[in-house]
Design a protein around this ligand. Structure first.
Ligand SMILES: Cc1cc2nc3c(=O)[nH]c(=O)nc-3n(C[C@H](O)[C@H](O)[C@H](O)COP(=O)(O)OP(=O)(O)OC[C@H]3O[C@@H](n4cnc5c(N)ncnc54)[C@H](O)[C@@H]3O)c2cc1C
Length: 490
């Protein structure tokens, strides 16, 4: 419900005229994230510029009994930033400054609206970068990355967001700002940061982050391996790790994905391959040739058809651009599709893929895959015609079943995208009532009145499966490839 003129006036007194948006077009713009089948316009959008302003807005919302949903770039794929219960959409985009960089101690303080890739560009002259690299890194914000505990191709070796957050400034539901964690390696206090990182904005609003920076590797080798069978690609992945090699990244794209990416970007990918494995090793220059030879031998035992080694930085960036544009390539090529984010043990990838392709085929649907193979983190896309209600329902059913299969195989329902609205009902299939009850109690300790992103994550309604249909695909495509943003893509 739109705010009253008096309420708008009060908010503008706190944030200035341009800090509050209430027009229909604005509310329409903020009614969804990348899960565009869930649309709930906020009552108003507020755009603070400082922690103090966030505190003031949260206190104001408390007085008026309104929910507050933090929002970064809105690239979330699970409906996390959607204002399901109305209230304020609190956009952190104007808080977009890198506050300081400590080169010697290798960390940076940033505001939450800094775009992921912008931090690495900022620290590039120091030969430092920010390791977690979601494929949305040209657009998504570090605040959103922390709130979803985002992953990315290079998180295999370097760890996901939670491994890179040293400290946070957060605003609690009563409008008080507190500092969690610290610049030092260890903190004598309880690790309350863990209750915020990955909480999808349900425990606190992040207004500053202290993030670990990673030195650039001395040398990097990027390989594209091409297989006649996706099972051989998967087996290469688990055997490389079993051999004691930890590559910086191991990503698989199946035939469907390769075809779409190649049709879009023309990178010279082998479109007749059943799957390609993009594998990168980094470290001391002296160590890499030996590792590459061992990987070649493992791949040869899996009947690899060809191994393309990027000859220079430009070719490496092109290969990564292809991988990181894959979601967008689906958006370009298909009117409707679901995206799952299930995880299975790495050793069972081949079996999981075989089963999920069969599940889709049994409903007359096609599935495609692009995924963080090293982490066992699948991203099955199930394509459907959005004008066909039966096909959409079938795609959702298949998507449900894929996540159930992941649970049954000893995996989980989200490797990185979060739960938001769409995976919320699946939580009860993964966790026991006691597990969920303790999560609810932790949340209540932070937010007793459930005003911070209310209703999200823990079960209580909603659908299942991240569904993208006509109208949404352009958004996903635009998020995946912004022509105005240059690399490094890695
Ligand atoms: C093309 C594409 C590729 C993607 N690839 C990946 C990938 O490789 N890995 C991956 O992990 N994800 C990926 N995603 C999903 C998405 O980009 C991530 O979840 C990302 O971390 C969301 O960041 P955001 O700034 O867009 O946050 P939003 O979508 O705006 O918000 C996400 C959640 O975080 C909360 N939130 C946002 N900011 C704050 C804050 N300051 N304080 C508290 N809570 C906050 C929101 O309330 C919401 O619950 C991809 C998405 C797209 C469209």
């Amino acid at each position: 419900m739109p705010l009253t003129p008096a309420q708008v006036g009060e908010l503008r007194a706190l944030l200035g005229e341009s800090g509050v948006l209430v027009s229909e077009p604005a509310r329409f713009t903020y009614e969804a994230d990348a899960l565009t089948v869930e649309r709930h316009p906020p009552d108003a959008i507020v755009l603070p510029r400082s922690t103090d302003q966030v505190c003031a807005v949260v206190r104001w919302a408390r007085t008026h009994g309104l929910p507050v949903t933090a929002r970064g770039a809105g690239t979330g794929l699970a409906g996390g930033a959607t204002c399901e219960q109305g209230g304020l959409s609190l956009s952190l985009n104007r808080m977009d400054q890198v506050l300081s960089v400590d080169e010697a101690r290798q960390f940076a303080w940033v505001q939450p609206g800094v775009v992921n890739l912008a931090l690495s560009k900022h620290t590039q002259p120091l030969a430092l970068h920010f390791a977690p690299d979601p494929a949305s890194q040209q657009v998504s914000t570090l605040g959103g990355n922390a709130a979803t505990n985002a992953g990315g191709p290079h998180c295999l070796k370097h760890g996901v967001m939670v491994n890179h957050v040293l400290a946070l400034t957060v605003v609690l539901e009563d409008g008080v700002a507190v500092r969690l964690g610290g610049e030092a390696c260890d903190s004598p206090a309880s690790d309350l940061m863990s209750a915020v990182v990955g909480s999808e904005g349900t425990t606190a609003i992040v207004t500053e982050l202290c993030l670990r920076l990673t030195p650039d590797a001395e040398a990097v080798q990027t390989l594209l391996l091409d297989y006649a069978s996706i099972a051989q690609a998967c087996d290469t992945v688990s055997q490389v790790i079993a051999a004691g090699i930890v590559p910086a990244a191991m990503e698989i794209m199946d035939r469907h994905t390769v075809g779409m990416v190649e049709a879009w970007l023309g990178l010279g990918l082998p479109t007749d391959a059943a799957a390609v494995l993009l594998l990168e090793v980094d470290g001391p220059a002296v160590a890499l040739p030996g590792q590459v030879e061992r990987i070649r031998a493992i791949a040869a035992a899996q009947s690899v058809r060809s191994v393309r080694v990027a000859k220079d930085a430009a070719e490496r960036l092109a290969l990564w651009k292809g991988r990181k544009s894959a979601f967008g390539a689906y958006g370009r090529a298909h009117k409707g599709f679901t995206i799952m984010d299930g995880v299975v043990p790495r050793t069972r990838l081949a079996e999981a893929l075989e089963r999920l392709y069969a599940m889709a085929a049994a409903h007359g649907l096609e599935a495609g895959n692009v995924f963080h193979a090293g982490d066992g983190n699948l991203h099955p896309h199930v394509m459907f015609d959005p004008s066909d209600a039966r096909a959409q329902a079938a795609a959702l059913e298949v998507s449900h079943d894929i996540l159930r299969m992941c649970i049954a195989m000893g995996g989980t329902i989200s490797g990185e995208h979060g739960v938001g609205i769409e995976k919320r009902p699946m939580m009860a299939e993964l966790f026991t009532p006691d597990d969920l009850a303790v999560m609810e109690r932790v949340r209540a300790a932070f937010d007793p009145d459930r005003r911070l992103n209310p209703g999200k994550v823990l079960p209580g309604g909603g659908g299942c499966g991240e569904v993208h249909s006509r109208g949404s695909y352009e958004r996903v495509a635009a998020m995946a490839l912004r022509p105005d943003v240059e690399g490094p893509w890695i």
